[in-house]
Design a protein. Structure first.
Lengths: 608, 608
């Protein structure tokens, strides 16, 4: 295989924190400041950020996807959420920085308890939302101290070999895949602006930028984003401000009637011009940097913080996007099924990394693969119980008989984004493994089979995924499902299936369905398919109802299913799903894999 | 029966709106005002209000438990929620007042769309919470008009024969039923005040007043409230300000070490004194009148709007209250079972009102009955489909063969409050009735059997009650369950089982479990038991779990249950519940009723 892979397994942690933090403190001291906040964020609040925005990793060694460091004169903390309470202390120099669990103390609370009256805490207004700044400000003011934005990031001042701005190719997302012209999308956006009484929208979320203008980029890993901003005035031409200069001629031509394309550097002045004369400018409360609010207000405009209307539009997929998703899932199903059949033949020969590499290769062979949609979670035995495990050369281990192996992976195809988790038995599984697997599968089926009235939120159905676990005194500590983009982010809002999923589910939304169970130190189980919300007609019913079509196509490990714990309806669902997988994928599989799939998808009645 | 009954069936609507509204408009005009807001509220935001606070009913004729009239110079509206969209137009003079569904327009929005710049809308600050005033204010200011509190209610000025203040007997709630001394309760309340940094609490909710001081009153129908206020300073003696002067000597003696007892008229000055010197006074955001906020601020204090800490304390019942509830439910179960057996023998002889009267009599015969906990909903045929139906002499009808009969009723016993709904077949039910009944029953069992982790909210389990209906394209438009007091309100917060139930369920809380199905114009089905949240130990489980003990004891109509639609677990639940009802109530029933119950609770296997 000569193709360079999308995933690496080096642990980038370095524990160089002491020297770098010392340098940062000198800079602080020289500027008359008493502290600086370093969030894991770029100026778009994206999940994946370009290398030049990895300030938190550079400064502390911590490589998690969320966290905030606060460096004061005599103390420093790294506040991380439950996913990273083990990883953070392993990656940072704890003699210099104290790891703090978010469940105990927020960064704002930590700062509030430590700053003294008269001190000044600095922050980079491009890396915090107005809400985030307000939280910090309340804590700092309560301590009698002051919060102050800086003109340029203080980490950059000491980061000698900081990478340059990303410059990935920016290309058009083809009309047959996008399914709606940028012209039509802009008309809808402008109608929403009129409705909200705003003169213009700042698109600060690169996902929304990509959707609105039917473009895709390559500025960050695993998500086809072109970093930058757009200004959409209610009347007049839109304008794009792209970080990368590598814009394809085709895209430039396509954009010409809709929007001017400028370099990112021209953005602030254009925003100021637009905000003049008390114009009301909608800023996305979720992703707009505080610096944008400062800029709008300095120019005499009104910063109207609210939802970017694109977020809700993008969540509902159109027929072309849905067709693309079906194609992507078919291709992905072939790759995953080939992988599962191959895995089954390897016995104890494999390591977690070897599995990741093989799966990526199977995906590449199917064509249209642009990237993985996130680094594969490949966890055998106890590693499977670490919900956000990412294998490195140091943690890699052989997959042994008597263990469970959990693989959570996804792909970015030109026509769609996938995300699938399978958990398989290697050798003979224990009784407990089978019981727990079956409970997780029953929860998965509870979502897959759910029928619910229009107007129902994800929160209202979340417990259907948990009930079989609750009955056994068990649960899992993550949401049941997240939204998924159309060749965009694998984690897309606003819809969720979770206790916190207050957004109404609408036909055309795509979500994951991924209940799990994690026995610390022993094994992890997660079973994930993507599902499409679709209208349902129920004979004799009175109300407009919705349900899910499962998009993902790959077998569940029947060796782990206890048929005696299933209801007849659940058993029928598994058999129907497996029959569908067999019929859909069979024609595109080699003979050996097809034979394996035939056996793997035998009806459950054969087991009962 | 010489006992006066707790329920009457007269329709108090009168359609005298025209003359009364004309009189009110003259008063408005004389005062230079352009409108007045008349909510269905007393100064405690209680569900049941004393006759003197029934201003909305007096002015408009509308007798529902919620609604707001706005009287402007040239227009008047009565805004009501979905429960009252049929009842309101039937009770009011629509030539004078326009009924407006809340789902379409709030009172604030209605006013905002109609007031002109420079006009003044008046309101009584004792009948609105600060949040409610803020909503009105935003709408009025947007219209360029002004919102102005009045010193005395303008309806009172034209209501010549307005009843006097309530003067029910105020007595002690015995220690063996209360289960915790007022001394201990006040210590807990003061600890909560210290935690919140408040100098004092204003108890504005008479339910919380009754709980905190272990007293019960008789100032309103169906709930044993003594209207009034209490002031609980963090240090020093508490003070009660009771509307009724009829305080029993025993209660006075019991209160002496804890609190001074004053007439209601002394309250405002005492509040002003307490609020002096910038004292932070906690006002209950849910029930405190805006007038209290004005008073605190006028006295130089800080009005700290937040939850009254008593609300959460009161929701968790102590062992004595739970024992009381069990006793009350046993007694209530005997009465309801006698009623059901009697009803079964009546054939088509009964009317809805006769059924209500008989049920109340059965309850009275069991002893300790203090009141019904709300007016019985007694709906046969199409009347059963009206969720909040209240039978009057005009709507009363015979219960006919081939119909369903829905009875939702409850009692106030000295030791506990009950609430139960049963739906029974008269004659031969249709196939559809049986299918729908079975789906509602399956939803009821879904809640009754639910096991869930500590920390779960009512919202997270609400859908368990709906799933069997959703599967058939059906649903019901009310919550699944509300909290219930201990010889207090039958509708008690903050816990709920509903989409909006964001409060965590805790062991010791009592809630209703009452899914339903309503076929407009044909029949209604609701099946309601009260349940107690209790800890659950699940063998092999890993997390602290909770479940429900069903408190209510009365059979479900087996003639309406389709055994073929039940899972084995659901059938086992019905049989176990019926066996429990039989064993618990049998010894206290007369021979004929016992024989009826034996037959009514035969195991479902006999039906399958």
């Amino acid at each position: 295989m000569t193709r360079p892979r999308f995933q690496t397994f080096d642990d980038p942690s370095h524990r160089q924190g002491a020297a770098r933090i010392r340098a940062l403190r000198e800079t602080l001291h020289a500027a008359g400041l008493d502290g600086f906040v370093v969030p894991r964020a770029d100026e778009h609040q994206s999940e994946y950020v370009p290398p030049q925005a990895e300030r938190l990793a550079w400064l502390t060694g911590f490589t998690g996807s969320a966290g905030t460091a606060v460096i004061l004169r005599d103390a420093a903390a790294l506040v991380v959420d439950g996913r990273y309470t083990l990883q953070a202390p392993a990656q940072i120099d704890t003699a210099v920085i104290t790891p703090v669990p978010l469940a105990e103390t927020s960064a704002a609370a930590w700062v509030g308890a430590r700053m003294k009256a008269g001190e000044v805490l600095a922050y980079d207004p491009w890396l915090h939302t107005p809400d985030g700044v307000a939280r910090l400000e309340r804590a700092v003011v309560k301590a009698g101290a002051t919060l102050r934005p800086v003109a340029s990031n203080l980490v950059d001042a000491v980061w000698a070999d900081r990478p340059g701005a990303p410059s990935g190719a920016v290309v058009a997302h083809p009309p047959d895949l996008a399914g709606e012209s940028a012209t039509d999308k802009l008309a809808r956006i402008r109608a929403a602006l009129a409705e909200a009484g705003c003169a213009a929208l700042v698109i600060s979320d690169p996902h929304n930028l990509a959707w609105a203008f039917n473009l895709r980029g390559a500025d960050v890993a695993h998500t086809p984003l072109a970093l930058g901003y757009a200004l959409v005035p209610r009347e007049g031409r839109a304008a794009l401000f792209l970080t990368s200069g590598d814009v394809s001629p085709e895209l430039r031509t396509a954009l010409t009637p809709l929007a001017a394309v400028h370099p990112r550097a021209a953005f602030e002045d254009a925003l100021s011009a637009l905000a003049a004369d008390a114009a009301r400018i909608r800023l996305d409360a979720g992703t707009a940097a505080f610096a944008l609010k400062l800029r709008v207000e300095a120019a005499g405009g009104v910063a109207d913080l609210g939802p970017d209307p694109i977020t809700a539009m993008k969540a509902v997929k159109n027929p072309a996007e849905i067709a693309g998703a079906r194609g992507a899932h078919h291709r992905d199903g072939v790759a995953v099924t080939r992988f599962l059949a191959w895995l089954d033949a390897q016995g104890e020969a494999l390591t977690e990394i070897a599995a990741v590499e093989a799966l990526e290769d199977f995906r590449a062979e199917g064509g249209l693969l642009r990237d993985v949609s996130f680094p594969t979670i490949s966890g055998s035995g106890a590693n499977g119980a670490i919900v956000h495990y990412r294998v490195t050369r140091e943690t890699d281990r052989r997959i042994r008989a008597g263990e469970l192996f959990l693989v959570d992976s996804g792909a970015q195809y030109a026509d769609g984004t996938t995300d699938i988790t399978r958990t398989v038995a290697v050798g003979q599984p224990s009784e407990a493994m089978c019981e727990h697997f079956t409970r997780v599968l029953r929860g998965h089926i509870g979502i897959a089979r759910a029928v619910f009235p229009k107007g129902t939120t994800g929160a209202q159905i979340d417990s259907f995924a948990r009930q079989p676990l609750w009955d056994a005194g068990l649960d899992f500590d993550h949401g049941t499902g997240h939204g998924v983009g159309a060749f965009l982010s694998v984690h897309e809002g606003p819809q969720r299936i979770a206790k916190t999923g207050t957004v109404i589910l609408e036909a055309g939304m795509i979500l994951s369905n991924e209940p799990g169970y994690y026995r610390t130190g022993a094994y992890g189980i997660r079973l994930e398919n993507l599902v499409l919300v679709e209208p349902r007609t129920v004979p004799g019913g009175e109300r407009p109802m919705l349900g899910f079509e499962t998009l993902t196509l790959a077998p569940f490990d029947r060796r782990l299913i206890r048929a005696d714990l299933l209801t007849p309806e659940e058993m029928a669902w598994i058999d129907a799903y497996h029959a569908r997988v067999r019929a859909a994928l069979g024609p595109d599989l080699d003979a050996a894999t097809r034979a394996w799939l035939e056996k793997a998808t035998l009806p459950m009645v054969a087991l009962a």
